[in-house]
Design a protein around this ligand. Structure first.
Ligand code: MN
Length: 133
């Protein structure tokens, strides 16, 4: 099963997104700040990281830079999530080493397309189950 690390400090966003991803056949791990996100990425080696950019302790940009500077984590794709749709935020995320970028509020089908492009579909999709939410 593909494993996604969700780094998100907002409890409501975290619960909703993790539930929806689990329903699509991904295993979801949670970190509630940037520092824990880096630590979990190193200890758990997820297949992909969804990184909120606005995070306590260290923000998503710094966490991503740290992950992309470390040999054991730099191969893990990171999708940045931010509330801002401005192109400067996209540029900043890509500069920090993020592999892709998406904006909140999350549109699940759009985000799933980006996740699938990087690591493939969850086990439900792989087995041909329907896409109903
Ligand atoms: Mn946040």
């Amino acid at each position: 099963m593909l494993r996604i690390l969700l780094v998100e400090d907002n409890e409501m966003n975290r619960d909703m997104l993790s539930r929806r991803l689990q329903r699509r056949g991904y295993e979801v791990m949670i970190a509630v700040d940037g520092q824990l996100g880096v630590a979990m990425a190193k200890s758990q080696s997820p297949d992909l990281i969804l990184m909120d950019m606005s995070l306590p302790v260290i923000d998503g940009w710094e966490a991503t830079r740290t992950l992309k500077a470390a040999a054991e984590t730099r191969h893990i794709p990171v999708i940045a999530l931010t509330a801002h749709a401005m192109s400067t935020d996209r540029d900043r995320a890509l500069e920090a080493g993020c592999d892709d970028y998406d904006t909140k509020p999350i549109e699940l089908s759009r985000l799933l397309g980006k996740i699938t492009a990087l690591i493939g579909g969850g086990s439900e999709m792989a087995s041909g189950a329907d896409m109903a939410p």
